[in-house]
Design a binder for this molecule. Structure first.
Ligand SMILES: NC(=O)c1ccc[n+]([C@@H]2O[C@H](COP(=O)([O-])OP(=O)(O)OC[C@H]3O[C@@H](n4cnc5c(N)ncnc54)[C@H](OP(=O)(O)O)[C@@H]3O)[C@@H](O)[C@H]2O)c1
Length: 250
């Protein structure tokens, strides 16, 4: 039986790479993002059955449209990839509160709502996977982006522990810097990280899907960041806060 995956933020970056990889693994796909044209263009390149579901997940209508699709028992979704995201570039004291709210909702509330929509069906079927794209930033006090990603990590660990015995796997994927459109959309180019320190989207996606298959609750993407991860707890807060990951504090 063909498995089906729903990917949010599938029009670019990691989401588009998840789509390519899952299609190569034989999944049929439901692709979600705001840009319908980009989703259609991606769908045209993939040799599997694809539903394009354009939605702005920061609107009530868009979010509920996707939640309803996930809860549709007649067309079950086996794997949910909560990936859509962006970061506010301005420091916290200077950012627009509407942007802070949109970011917080997209990064923290949307994965919560969509997991809530997908889980009952997955439990009933006795199998399913939820891959939440968090960030290593979620382990650092580096602004409101970090705070929202910390929510995703805690959410994933909680759901992983709670629903494992029902056959549902929940994994948080923690990338470091990845070469996608993310920083360009923020309008910033972080200069603190040399290009050699950036992971490519394909290795991040491969690590995430492997983590889901091997039932890991938390996966750090890319070997360079796995090597660096043990020093994270020792980074002073004021240094972490200056990393400039979005919604930053200075
Ligand atoms: N790149 C990094 O360095 C990095 C590091 C750690 C974690 N991450 C996380 O990885 C995830 C994917 O980011 P990326 O690097 O692939 O960035 P990206 O290339 O900018 O892609 C972001 C995706 O999110 C979608 N999106 C944005 N706002 C949306 C909305 N309101 N409703 C629906 N879809 C929306 C965008 O599509 P539309 O514009 O078409 O809506 C796009 O498909 C994010 O959660 C990000 O926080 C990224």
């Amino acid at each position: 039986m063909q498995m089906r995956a729903l990917i949010t933020g599938a029009s670019a970056g990691l989401g588009a790479e998840f789509a390519r990889r899952l299609a190569a693994d034989g999944f049929s796909l439901v692709l979600v993002a705001r840009d319908a044209e980009r989703l259609e263009a991606l769908a045209a390149t993939l040799p599997v059955a694809i539903e394009v579901l354009p939605a702005d997940l920061t609107t009530e209508d868009g979010l509920e449209l996707v939640a309803e699709r996930l809860a549709d028992a007649a067309r079950p979704v086996d794997v949910l990839v909560n990936n859509a995201g962006f970061a506010v570039a301005e420091p916290f004291h200077a950012s627009a509160i509407a942007d802070e709210r949109r970011m917080h909702e997209l990064l923290a509330w949307v994965p919560t709502r969509l997991a809530h929509a997908a889980l009952p069906g997955m439990r009933e079927r006795g199998r399913g996977g939820i891959l939440n794209v968090a960030s290593l930033a979620g382990r650092l006090p580096s602004g409101t982006y970090s705070a929202a990603k910390a929510h995703v990590i805690a959410l994933s660990r909680s759901l992983a522990a709670q629903y494992r015995s029902d056959g549902v796997v929940v994994t948080a994927l923690l990338p470091g810097f990845v070469a996608t459109e993310f920083h360009e959309r923020m309008g910033v180019a972080p200069t603190s990280v040399p290009r050699a320190g950036w992971a490519d989207a394909s290795s991040v996606v491969r690590d995430g899907l492997r983590g889901l298959r091997t039932r890991r609750a938390v996966v750090i993407a890319d070997w360079r960041y796995r090597l660096a991860a043990p020093i994270i707890p020792f980074i002073p807060d004021r240094v972490a806060a200056s990393f400039g990951l979005g919604g930053r504090t200075s």
